[in-house]
Design a protein around this ligand. Sequence first.
Ligand code: SF4
Length: 399
Amino acid sequence: MSGAAALAPTSPILHPTSDAGFAVYVHWPFCLAKCPYCDFNSHVRLQPPDQARYVAAFRREIAHRAALAPGRTVTSIFFGGGTPSLMEGRTVGAILDAIGEAWAIDPHCEVSLEANPTSVEAGRFADFRAAGVNRVSLGVQALNDADLKALGRMHSTQEALDAVAIARKYFERYSFDLIYARSPEQTPALWRAELELAISHAAEHLSLYQLTIEPDTMFERLFKAGKLAVPDHEAGAALYEITQEITARHGLPVYEISNHARPGAECRHNLVYWRYGEYAGIGPGAHGRLVTDEGRMAHSTEKRPEAWLERVEAGGQALVENERLNAEAQGDEYLLMGLRLVEGIDPAVFRALSGRTLNERRVTSLVLDRLLVRKPGGKLACTPEGALVLDAVVADLAA
Ligand code: SF4
């Protein structure tokens, strides 16, 4: 990255969550195959995309967002997808250079890249490191070959563990994802053993998600046809409790509903989202939140990669949404994001964003129901029981 070479002169606008940082999300939308549970903006192409052409378009979108939000210091950059580990190292490097030309870069900037743990992709880790990536997040998903196959993954357990070992060699910070509650056959004993194995290969961070059946996925079609069974709510909750217990015992406590880390090793990028900071979304189907003269703006881009490319080449950006969020929407978003975190939300920040005070009667009722807890300093956080019904807690508080 070329760092603070070309700083825009304008100062950033102060807002109630200015101290949450400024992040840049870069979406690489291509995958080698579509996983049956996936509802991300991912696309399978028979011909590999022209990466140089995409780099030129990414450069233009980055310049566009920097004009909307000049003078920021980037605290985190995240390459997500899709499968960003299909990018060439020089593609990643060129995009990082463009970000460094658009904004100042914090010396401790976290630069994460999502990678699939195949041997081919692990073979690119040295190039990613040389390009400026300092953290990888590996989509391991299961440490069981039969379940990897059922999830449509293209790697084996051994290949995943080998990729984790290669990640450890190049990156002092890495994380990997596992999906649990993925079938009724996944008993508490099996999940315990798998999680213990995962932790023995983990460093400082793990993302542990319960399988959810998302709309318009192959799994949804199979589920509706009665060909896919998933654990019921009680079984899923039991696996969730085991997850909390084992990760805490190993010094990787939960800090967000699905994320566990050694204290200080939390994913800085996602913390920007959850603390309701600003982030620029670059690439097909990317979302962002930027505070401009007009207010806090929600933006998103054209999802189809080729249509995105053509729009950017024609006009320098491919926004399909650029909407000012009113005070109520900002308050709702702050609750929805912040209550995912164990550290919780600050009622004073909610008031500054939404222009209203949290209803004390509702807060007390949620505390008495053991869904919400008051933290030292006045913050409010979900209890583990509250985290399981987060949407209902947020709806109650926001009403
Ligand atoms: S590799 Fe990731 S983004 Fe691509 S289809 Fe599978 S889950 Fe979705």
